[in-house]
Design a protein around this ligand. Sequence first.
Ligand code: FUC
Length: 897
Amino acid sequence: MMKENNRMFFLSLRLLAVMMFGASTFVCAEEGNKTAQYSKKETFGNADRKTKNVRLWYNEPAPNNNTGWVNASIPMGNGYMGVNVFGGTETDRIQITENSLYDWGEDRGLKRRGLNNFAEVFIDFGHHNITDYKRELDLNEGVSFVAYKQDGVEYTREYFTSYPDKVMVIRLNASEAGKLSFTLRPTIPFLNEGKSGTVKAKGNVVTLSGTMHYYNIKYEGQFKVISEGGEITASDNGTINVVDADNVVILIAVGTNYKIDSQVFLTESATQKLAGFPDPHIKVTDYMNKATAKSYNELLKNHQKDYKELFHRVNVDFGAEEPTIPTNKLVDAYPEGKFSTYLEELAFQYGRYMLICSSRKGTLPPHLQGIWNVYEKPPWSSQYLHDTNLQMAYAPVFSTNLSELFESYVDYFNTFEPRQRLYANEYIKQYNSAQFDPNGDNGWSGPFWSNPFNVPGKSKVAGFGTGSWIGLLFWDYYDFVRDESILAEKVYPVIYEQANFVSRFVKDVNGVLLANPSSSPEQKLRNTVGTTFDQQMFYENHHNTIKASKVLDRSDNKLSTFKTQLPLLDPIQVGKSGQIKEFRQEEYFDDIGDPNHRHASMLLGLYPGQLINDDTPAWLDAAKVSLQKRSHETNIGWARAERIAMWARAHDGEEAYLYYKELLSENYLHNLFNDHRGDPLFQADANYGATAGVAEMLMQSHDYVVAPLAALPQSWSEGSYQGLLARGNFEVSAKWSDGHASKIEVLSKSGELLKLRYPNVAKASIRNSKGKKVDFKVINDDQISIHTQKGQTYVITKISAIAPVIAPSNLKIDNNSTPNKIGLSWDASADAKSYNIYYAGDNAPRYELVASDVKSSKFNFDVSNLKSHDQMTIKVTAVNADGRESNNGTTLLWLMP
Ligand code: FUC
């Protein structure tokens, strides 16, 4: 380590130069005399792939208080720990979170406590005459920096959290030898009768250890100071003093005796849950010893290899210039109408960054605050809430090409699932005892909230669909990566046993099977029958289970039940406002519950589900009605994020973008943490969710047709992206200008059939990466299919632009006085040579063509043969001189007299 420090001294100087003077390249690693340089325009993967600079930077440290933590500190993490770096000069503060340090109990009047703050680490420098201050989080590097001058000396620090080496590394430098002096002061926050601990310093190590009593959690943190030059003194008060060093590396390792193990959930006694698990001293010492044996250089290299391999899979560029103002100013200017495209790019990548920090195999999954918590009593105890928040944490994991990060949840799920099986038995006995299997083969029930120690059974505020919603994540894991061993081992058992459970909670009501009991998340009407939430989630999980059984050629005994039930699950009901109903009892949109509710659970089949799509255009139109009626009233971060994705699925890039703008304007703090509702109250869900929403704007594949630029807003008229993942394991890249794609590239990673939709794609040049023409099948002008070869890239260029056909508008009934005749009229479309008239009766997913080639903007619709319907949606589209039909139409709902 010592030898390396010399070299790293120069590294720090270079980094400082980059940060302060904006050099375009910086030294990232040195090998002997060889210097490896990473330029800003580093290429990777295919030749076109450019990494755009994505960074947050500030001209002052984060204020040293809770507001500074939530608003301005820089979050980092490696699954083993989350850290928030303040970057102070008088005193730096590094707050550490370890996701298993959980407190519970009712002492001191605090009923629910939850995740506790692991450590507050202070580094006292006493620098207060500083100039040229800058701190930065470089998302491309996964490293953060601080630099400033004091009395002519340049001080720099680099921080990173390494997943492979399980430690945090801080590197401190001064530009002159012997000028680095500080005191390292790790502390244990919130010591009280529920938490005991001590901090001791010996040699060059501070050890912080103790017990969190409720669950009898042993915790330990080690902080090692490796200094070149100067003197190190350990004090009895648990601090280490460094005087006149040249440069220093601090290593931090933390842990508890928690293990991701079913014992934890199956043991009732709180203090026995961790019984028999090894003391954390063993593993923390092991992490520390292994890290100490490596040079700083090696640690940095390991970290960057791991981090960059994930982060750099996706690049987005909406044509933004890197701003010259710091990130806090960028965020502050945004609501004033100075919309920054750079911030829009940055926030997209930030969600991916946060997921990499907070969801790594072998460590607990991201909770409501990801892996960051400064409090003793965090909001909602930093739990896993399964009626939207947890699912949103994983919303970008597949589409933004980070699939293996889901493994963190897979392991957690598998440890709590045995406990949920016991609940499943109880619930079936309680609600539908005739369906109880005495052998205990009743599947698993989905939890609402859970934490690292408990799964308290079902939700009081949502139906059993929460489990099937978890099932969607598992299905997506396979559906995106198409690995049959993942399907067989990790996905199928989960979704099959979920279908097994919910299949016992459906009741025959007039020939359809309705969830009973049933609730729609957090809405007023509870314990009813057949909410759209439950119906859709049951439907999707049954459907996916049957599909998976076919892929795996399984013939398990309950499949026949699922197959019988599936067509009777009746997942979508269209109401009298033309909306997708949330409740069976609902007629018009705002009949029941809060019309502006943050949850839009009746639309989960639109997103993140797959049920409502381009192949069900009448449902898609009904979903749009519901989305419009849900309005922009909500100020809740995650709800806005969800609507970005929902509007994107409805192909309305402008509405999707508007929600993104609202989120960035009102919910994003200076460090880009999402503020749930303006307290500020941090919830990481919208950070992840916004990333997922933007991904849906850029590319969709939920109906197994890869659709690049499916909901592009005008504000992103120029741009490119690389590496988004589509179902079928296709990596998709696109480049566009004037809102029109000039190039689409698809890398087939599993050799599956590629269906591709883009206007005029059938007339474009379609070649492989060697420039050879590729055979494809034309489905229509806008859709083709290709039997792909694994590993081959398909390049689509020369895509001739189409002017989208303007839809007619304002469809209305002029005259309904003649029985069985509806006299329709609409405002003409300037593009129309003729019109097509359609209807969809009641809850039909698709329209029937009533008339085509209608030349005027009036039509007399004869409904005498359609009297069996209670209502119908009528739709008119425009057809232009080339025979191209408008994407949208004008619709109205007709209630049969
Ligand atoms: C659900 C949401 C709330 C909040 C909470 C943590 O109850 O409805 O908005 O996100 O979880």
